[in-house]
Design a protein. Structure first.
Lengths: 295, 359
């Protein structure tokens, strides 16, 4: 009756050997290809460094002006621009400027990378149910797997540093980008697509003149979510060497510095709110003329 | 300008069945399975059954029928927005059904333009950018495309609205944007699915004139779906009436009004203004020997309404009807014309004894 009370599991030795075999296989793979893969990511490294240098070395009034300008052109709202300004001033006043700028640079690069990778995948997914069937479960895994777990292979492959951190953040943050691109394209009114067909559009024309523009508000929502998830991931990613607001938070956890953790946490919340409000206001402005209204 | 000397459209033995496995039921439908039986027993919808249509180049073919009779389905076969289950659609002698992707795309770009029942405008584009869409797809330069588009926007009465967005316009205005978009394409085949249904009566008349003007200048082959019989009669060289996916009568407007094939068609034409449709030729009395040369004459192919207008100012008595070569072929009187306008069944009967009454 023992099997009834204790789940009959795989033989201990066999299990240990299995895990060992997988680990060794992966390690061998890393030894063989690690350098090649690392060099493949070197453009990413330079991009990240350039962004980081720009954000940390440009004098703060200029950065502030740039951010406020972007916020204004995206939202056309004085209220949003003002709250951006106040948030930035507070962050600077509490001496978190450099860390914050590092994080913003990181988020910027992550977002660009997520769009560059996620948009084409989303488009492919929308065009083919086959692709969708393959990609969907992968996205499910990416979204539900605890983020610490996939830090492990990334670190094994690329070691500790910014690029592995970046990749970990992108893996965590890219699913909404892909999902909402797919959804946005699939939701495009089929009457409008039919009209495009009737005028003899090629697939490319249809994609760029009809599907993507009409899916843009949904895609913007995807970008917004990707940014939010990337921000949530920076603290975790700082465990493997990503600089920015995450590191003081880690330090605070290790040493029980309540205030340090709180301040840096609030700074993350502050820039999250800036990103969110600005990108949502932009999305809303895009939406303005897009709903189909008859009558 | 696109080449307009197109060889017309011919639809041959066209069947369309909607459902999971349409090909399996074509033969059964050919052998007389009805729409209801197909739906009840097999869960498939019969869209079109054995459609045969010949639309001559440069003519306006009107398609009528109650809601759900298959009009939109039929017109979508002409540019193959819907693939038929069986049959051929020949445009200028080429079977649209057999075209490959590239041929079909070229055909749609250069040979056809379509106005949609639900407008189907691009909501993210301004009125002007919607109107240039077809030209843009063809790869025509922006400034030239804008010239053409502005001309048509002006012609449909939307000058000054070119920078608005579709959702800022009324339904009728949106429909005219759809019309301008199709006309800008300048294709020899124009497919119009209830293109005027959202227009008010005045603008509707005006848009009908636009179409007739186009037909006077450059003959296009037009397929026009409408629910409005007066519109059908005004525009249509040929009218086809659909019911449950079948053509139950086709012919000229006179044929349809004077000789409805069955009760369904008769109900359709019951309320029509006969004076605008029926020509003098169809109701005139036979020539009598004593007709003198001093009598006024009237051409055989004018409508009753026009004849009455002419006769109001003419002296009492008979008027000689002449054929295009000037040869007398019959006579009419004011009273005969008035009688023909109000009553259908007695037309043939009256045409024999009416002269006696007048005399
Ligand atoms: N994709 C489809 N799947 C199943 N049935 C369809 C489909 N498209 C059309 N039908 C059916 O075909 C028939 C004809 O539809 P269609 O749209 O051609 O009608 P219509 O004559 O244009 O009507 P209306 O005047 O309302 O526009 C209807 O019974 C409809 O339910
Ligand atoms: Mg219809």
């Amino acid at each position: 009756m023992e099997w009834f009370y204790k789940f009959p599991h795989m033989d201990d030795d066999a299990l240990r050997n299995l895990k060992k075999a997988i680990d060794e296989g992966f390690r061998a793979f890393t030894r063989a290809y690690g350098d090649t893969i690392e060099s493949m990511f070197s453009p990413l490294q330079s991009f990240l460094l350039a962004a980081d240098r720009f954000m940390t070395q440009t004098p703060w009034p200029i950065i502030t002006a740039i951010i406020l300008t972007i916020a204004w052109f995206a939202s056309r709202s004085v209220k949003i621009v003002l709250s951006c300004l106040i948030t930035l001033l507070l962050i600077g006043y509490f001496d978190m400027w450099t860390d914050t700028m590092r994080t913003v640079a990181m988020i910027f690069v992550c977002t660009v990378l997520s769009i560059a990778v996620g948009l084409p995948i989303g488009i492919l997914m929308a065009r083919s149910n086959g692709v969708k069937r393959v990609v969907n479960p992968i996205l499910d895994v990416m979204q539900t797997m605890p983020s610490f777990v996939y830090l492990i292979p990334v670190v094994m492959l690329l070691g500790i540093g910014r690029v592995p951190g970046l990749i970990a953040v992108v893996i965590y943050a890219i699913p909404p980008m892909i999902r909402l691109t797919d959804l946005g394209i699939r939701l495009v009114d089929k009457d409008v697509l039919e009209a495009a067909d009737a005028f003899g559009t090629s697939e490319t024309q249809k994609l760029f003149k009809v599907q993507l523009p009409l899916a843009l508000p949904t895609i913007m929502a995807g970008i917004n979510q990707t940014i939010m998830m990337a921000l949530a991931m920076v603290v975790v990613a700082s465990m493997i060497g990503v600089q920015g607001l995450g590191q003081p938070v880690l330090k605070a956890i290790a040493n029980q510095y309540f205030t340090l953790g709180m301040f840096n946490g609030l700074a993350i919340v502050g820039i999250a709110i800036i990103f969110d409000r600005v990108s949502q206001a932009y999305g809303k402005r895009l939406q303005k003329h897009r709903e189909i209204v008859h009558g | 300008m696109a080449e307009q000397g197109l060889g017309g459209i011919a639809v041959r033995n066209l069947y369309k069945i909607f459902g999971a496995d349409p090909a399996a039921y074509v033969d059964a439908v050919r052998n007389g399975l009805t729409k209801t039986e197909l739906n009840d027993a097999h869960g498939h919808v019969l869209g079109l059954r054995d459609i045969n249509l010949d639309i001559k180049s440069g003519c306006i073919q009107v398609i009528m029928g109650l809601s759900g009779s298959g009009k939109s389905t039929l017109i979508r076969h002409i540019n193959r927005l819907i693939d038929p289950t069986a049959g051929e659609v020949l445009v200028d002698g080429v079977d649209v059904v057999k075209m490959n992707k590239d041929e079909l795309r070229n055909f749609r770009r250069h040979q056809t333009a379509m106005v949609f029942q639900k407008f189907a405008l691009l909501p993210h584009r301004s009125v002007l950018d919607n109107t240039v869409f077809g030209l843009e797809v063809q790869g025509i330069g922006r400034s030239k495309a804008i010239d053409v588009a502005m001309r048509w926007l002006e012609r449909v009465g939307l000058k000054g609205f070119e920078h608005r967005y579709p959702n800022q316009l009324s339904g009728g205005m949106q429909q005219r944007v759809g019309l301008a978009r199709a006309l800008s394409n300048d294709a020899p085949v124009l497919l119009m699915d209830e293109a005027y249904s959202a227009l008010d009566p005045l603008i509707r008349m005006d848009m009908q004139s636009v179409l007739l003007d186009i037909q006077n200048e450059i003959k296009k082959t037009i397929v026009f779906i409408t629910h409005d019989l007066d519109e059908a009669l005004r525009l249509g060289d040929q009218i086809a009436i659909l019911r449950d996916g079948e053509v139950i009568q086709q012919g000229t407007s006179q044929d349809i009004v004077l000789r409805p094939a069955d009760q369904y068609v008769a109900n359709f034409v019951k309320e029509v203004n006969r004076g605008r449709v029926v020509q003098v030729e169809a109701i005139m009395a036979p020539l009598r020997s004593r007709t003198g040369g001093e009598q006024p004459t009237i051409p055989a192919n004018v409508t009753i309404e026009e004849a009455i207008r002419a006769l109001v100012s003419a002296p009492d008595g008979d008027v000689t009807v002449v054929d295009p070569s000037g040869k007398p072929v019959g006579t009419v009187s004011f009273r005969l014309l008035a009688g023909a306008m109000v009553n259908s069944r007695e037309v043939e009967h009256r045409s024999f004894d009416a002269p006696a009454i007048v005399a």
